[in-house]
Design a protein around this ligand. Sequence first.
Ligand code: AMP
Length: 288
Amino acid sequence: MNDFSGNLKLALPNKGALSEGAVNLLIKAGYRCKRSGRELVIRDAENKIDFVFLRPRDIALYVGSGIIDVGITGIDLAMDSGAEVETIFPLGFGKSRFCFAAPKEKNMSIADFNGLRIATSYPSLLKNELAKRNLNCKVVKLDGAVEISIALGVADAIADVVESGATMREAGLEIVGEPMLHSEAVVIAGNSETAKRPEVALLIARLTGIMRAAEYVMVEYDIERSKLEEACKITPGIESPTIAPLSNPDWVAVKSMVKRKESNAVMDQLYELGGRGIIIMEISACRL
Ligand code: AMP
C-alpha cells in the first residue's frame, strides 16, 4: 500500500532559469526537495508533499489537467502553454520580459515586422501578439538559443525572454518596442479550491514569511532612557519595538525590525540621536 497516496503533488522545473531558485526557496521554507541525482519524484513525508520534477514547459499542462495539484513555473511558460491554471502566489524571482528584438544595425520598429520571419520558443504568446497588432509574420518555433537564429539565417527578428539583456546585446540585437509580457516565477494551481488545501495554505504562509523576511533586517541598539521615545519613532517595529533593561538603569536596549532598504538611514538617525552599539542582523524567515 502506498502511504503517500494522499500527498499533495507539487511540480518543480527540472532545469532552466527557475529550477535552482525554486528548489532553494522551498529548502529555505523547510521542505525536503533537493535532488542528489536525476530523481523524478522526491517524497517529503513530514510535509505530505511529493515533489515531481518536470520539464518547465510541461508544468502548466500537468497542473491544468489536474494530474499535479500545484506547480512552480514562469508566467510566460504558463501563458504560452494555453493551460487553464491560476496563479496563486507570485514568488518575486525569475523576473523577465518577453520582448521583440532585431539586429541593432537595422534600427527596426514593430511596424517593419510585417512579412518577416520571427523566431521564438513561445509560439502561442507570439501568435497572440501578432494577431493583436495585425502583423502577418511567419513564426519560426525553436526550442532555445533563439538569439542566434538571425545570424544563422532562419529568422529576421525574434521574440524572446530577456532578463538583463546581456544575451541580446552579445548577439548584436536590440529590443524593439515595449515588452509584450512581464514574467516571474509563480505558484500555479488548477483552481482556487486547491489553494485552500492545508498543505498549500501552509506552503504559502511559509513562502510569504521568507519573502517578507528578505524585505526586513533586525536592528538592535542601546539608548539612554531619556531618548527612548524619540528612538522608538525611528524604529517603531511591526507591533512595537522590544525594550529590555540594561545593568545601567539610565540605558535600555531596543530591538526592532526595519525595512532593509531603510536600514542605513535608520542607523544614521539612531547614532545621531545618541544610540550606541547599533547592530543589524539578517532575518531568515518570519511570520508577521
Ligand atoms: P539575459 O542575458 O540576462 O537577458 O538572459 C536571457 C537568456 O536567459 C535568454 O536566453 C532566456 O531564454 C534566458 N532566461 C533568463 N531569465 C529567464 C527567465 N526568468 N525565464 C526564462 N528564461 C530566462
